[in-house]
Design a protein around this ligand. Structure first.
Ligand code: 475
Length: 796
């Protein structure tokens, strides 16, 4: 590996010359008159110029080879400047060069808006995969949507979440190239639009590989309809343009929850159709000599990131049959060998289905094709003697609903889950009927994260420490090398260094939080962090209820032995998810009450950070002592934040869920804090569970739950706290009480917090546990994950 490594050779003088020239060219100003924003964009240009040659080389080299295509409605890329410099191997040098002309790198870095083209885990995983594929020299291209508005920005006003737009490219986009000549026409039943690709380079880590992330933007097919214009129908002309642009105007802000809107299916069909056309067109162009469509799967494998891009399946069939004269059955056979499907959640509310009438309204031909596939499937089952009832779970279309996951499973070479437990649940439960008849398709690919962004870039102190201790930076190419750090487990000096690094990172975060949130926090306290989308199954309200009870206990007993702790929470709620928004209000209200209480605020602080996003995460993960991963067992498919914390030396306080289980396995249960019921137990009590019993038997639970309605906490007449209260012990309208088992797990959660609080003061033992976690985080590199996809599924 190492000999292939190739940093871009930085000719410093030339770089500076080009940089200043670019700066002046794009602004028409002298250097001293340019703004920080100008300086940021000129730097993008200067870097893009340097990538250009290698990017073209990579595109040319791989024209005729097998490639993987990652189809995803979301790519949560975040910022690119720092990461690109790291991957080019010129981060330090460029920083120094800028320093010489009095430009502070950090301040211009802050001019980059996050590319928030995703909601959470699924979108961020896609971005980590892009980094890892390039870094492992795997030819994988991403295909997605260039939303004009990314995920909304979260403001907290009086403790409530308020959403604002995120026009991330309003000042320009330093990292994309508009490839007008590769535009495609996408036809809907009621409109025809132009799909224009914007290509972003995805740089491998110091290896010269540049893959492409191609994001499609919707534009009017004809820029301006002059017939309307000539007839003085200006409004009509503008309307058509808007209608086209509407398709990629905004990312739907629902994480997990499906969205059954026409526009959502239009977005899906839009990018899938453009991408499929792109692949078929290139195939015909570059494979003239091997142009039997039977060979299409020899050169293409399309990984479907959950159900969102599944409409690409009928679209490929349509293009083959309608536009290339292939016979239907042949087209189905070709298509079946081309796709692979990843599932990211077992929550029923996420499994996409589309009503027949919506699909007919958007892409009627796709409906035809799906219907044919369904008919054939049902016919085959009948021929095998299955009853109507036995066939039901397999039907792709049932009661005029199209079940996208069923379509994908029938039409794919592979179906995978994203952590061991999750894949087991898919096999045993969610897709059990499929597993029984096609077990060979099912496989697990435990998620990972890229160590470049989540350690090398965001935690420079720890990164330098590791390189120093291991005597080389080989670990950045093969994260399993971190294992060698275990030779320092009994080295007091090294353990002391680990604590010191964490402390410095905590001071940095404290400064940042003071700046951003105007709250003073103490870096000598335990930093206990829960950052992720707000959802009941993730149980942020368990965390908050525990904090309330802790507050009451400290207040009652001021001399109780307690290591000062700062609880940090952050995350966005889907705008239409009332209870998730209630949880945000509750966190802010509890923070307000506790932080202003002089009896406790030296010991206890609570911060709800505003607008949690990738770039904020880069500051939070390195500073955490405790990583809260407290989802109800069986609900979190994998989690990836848990891996970012582990890699940065936080100990996991977690349930037996998702990839937590694998984290405990690798780092040792004794080096983390496990609590709560396992999935088997929950399954066995599901019908008999009575949260009220827990409430009456346990005074701490009663204390915490009652405070939701006692008047101690003020929800400004929003009835939000009552809603949370009701959800736990007084369910309304047929809902089940405490369906996420907060009260069942509360006591155990409280106990494990007490254990943490006690053990933290043994700083040496704590550092050893942190080191154990870091040393065993290698498995959770997305390099490992993507290599498994390439080897087991894609065969490239
Ligand atoms: C899981 N998003 C994490 C992560 O595998 C897991 C669904 C429907 C509509 C919009 N967004 C979604 C998800 O399902 C999702 O983000 N799932 C997450 O995928 C990567 O680590 O446990 O919840």
């Amino acid at each position: 590996m190492k000999e292939e490594i190739m940093k871009i050779k930085l000719n410093k003088n030339k770089f500076m010359e080009d940089y200043i020239e670019n700066l002046q060219r794009i602004t028409l100003k002298n250097f001293e008159d340019t703004s920080d924003k100008d300086k940021y964009f000129a730097l993008c240009d200067t870097i893009m110029e340097r990538i250009n040659q290698e990017w073209r080389d990579c595109k040319n080299k791989t024209k005729k080879t097998k490639k993987a295509y990652y189809f995803s409605a979301e790519f949560l890329v975040g910022r690119s400047l720092g990461n690109n410099l790291i991957n080019l191997g010129i981060y330090d040098e460029v920083k120094e060069l800028l320093d010489e002309i009095d430009i502070d790198f950090e301040s211009i870095e802050n001019f980059e808006d996050d590319a928030a083209l995703g909601n959470g885990g699924l979108g961020r995983l896609a971005a980590c995969f892009m980094d890892s594929a390039a870094s492992q020299k795997i030819d994988m291209y991403g295909y997605g949507v260039r939303y004009r508005e990314g995920l909304f920005k979260q403001k907290i006003e009086n403790g409530f979440q308020v959403e604002e737009g995120d026009h991330w490219i309003k000042d320009g986009d330093g990292w994309s190239i508009r490839v007008e000549s590769d535009s495609k026409i996408v036809k809907f039943r009621d409109q025809t639009v132009k799909a224009v690709p914007y290509d972003m380079p995805m740089l491998g880590f110091e290896n010269g590989q540049v893959n492409t992330l191609r994001l499609w933007q919707s534009e009017p097919f004809e820029e301006f309809d002059f017939s309307y214009f000539n007839n003085f129908q200006y409004d009509k002309a503008v309307e058509e343009k808007n209608r086209a642009e509407d398709i990629t105007r905004v990312l739907y802000p629902n994480d997990i929850q499906r969205e059954g809107k026409v526009l959502r299916l239009k977005q899906q069909y839009f990018f899938c159709s453009a991408s499929i056309q792109d692949l078929v067109e290139k195939y015909k162009k570059y494979f003239e000599n091997d142009l039997q469509f039977e060979n299409f799967p020899k050169y293409h494998v399309i990984q479907l990131n959950d159900t969102h891009p599944i409409v690409a399946i009928p679209e490929l069939i349509r293009v083959l049959v309608d536009e290339n004269g292939i016979d239907f059955d042949r087209a189905v056979e070709i298509t079946k060998k081309t796709f692979a499907f990843t599932n990211h959640t077992v929550l029923q509310e996420a499994l996409e289905t589309w009503p027949k009438d919506i699909m007919l309204e958007v892409c009627p031909r796709c409906f035809d094709i799906i219907e044919k596939i369904n008919d054939k499937l049902v016919e085959d089952f009948k021929a095998k003697g299955l009853s109507e009832e036995a066939i039901d779970p397999y039907r792709i279309i049932r009661y005029d609903q199209i079940r996208m996951a069923n379509l994908a499973i029938v039409m794919s070479i592979s179906v995978n889950g994203v952590a061991k437990l999750h894949t087991k649940i898919l096999k045993d439960d969610t897709f059990n009927h499929w597993y029984k008849i096609m077990p060979e398709k099912f496989n697990n690919k435990t998620n990972g994260i890229t160590p470049r962004r989540w350690l090398v870039y965001s935690n420079i102190r720890l990164s330098n420490f590791i390189t120093d201790k291991l005597g080389s930076d080989d670990w950045k190419y093969d994260l399993n090398k971190l294992k060698e750090l275990e030779k320092y487990l009994e080295d007091d000096k090294v353990l002391e260094e680990i604590n010191q690094i964490k402390y410095e990172n905590k001071k940095d975060l404290a400064r940042y939080i003071l700046e951003q949130e105007n709250i003073v926090i103490n870096p000598d306290s335990i930093f206990d962090i829960q950052i992720k989308r707000i959802h009941e199954y993730k149980r942020q309200h368990l965390n908050i209820l525990h904090i309330i009870n802790l507050y009451h206990r400290i207040k009652k007993n001021p001399d109780m032995n307690f290591y000062p702790t700062t609880f940090i929470l952050g995350g966005k709620a889907a705008p239409g998810y009332f209870r998730a928004k209630a949880i945000i209000k509750l966190a802010n209200e509890v923070a307000r009450v506790i932080n202003k209480d002089p009896d406790v605020n030296k010991k206890l602080k609570v911060v709800f950070i505003e607008n949690y996003r990738v770039s904020y995460g880069e500051k939070l993960f390195p500073a955490a002592d405790i990583s809260e991963q407290i989802s109800t067992a069986g609900k979190e498919a994998s989690g990836t934040g848990n891996m970012k914390f582990m890699l940065n030396g936080a100990l996991t306080l977690g349930t037996y869920d998702g990839a937590n289980i694998e984290i405990f396995e690798k780092a040792g249960v004794e080096n983390n804090y496990i609590f709560g019921a396992k999935v088997e137990e929950l399954n066995s009590i599901r019908d008999s569970y009575s949260p009220k019993e827990y409430y009456h038997k346990n005074s701490d639970i009663k204390d915490a739950v009652d405070s939701l309605v006692s008047g101690e906490l003020n929800d400004d007449n929003s009835y939000m706290f009552l809603d949370i209260y009701n959800s736990l012990i007084n369910p309304q309208g047929g809902e089940k009480a405490d369906s996420y088992f907060l009260l069942k797990d509360f006591e155990d959660y409280k106990k494990v917090h007490e254990k943490i609080n006690e053990e933290y003061s043994d700083r040496k033992t704590w550092a050893r546990k942190a080191l154990k976690n870091i040393a065993n985080a290698g498995y959770f590199s997305s390099d490992r994950t993507i290599l498994e996809y390439a080897k087991d599924i894609w065969k490239i």
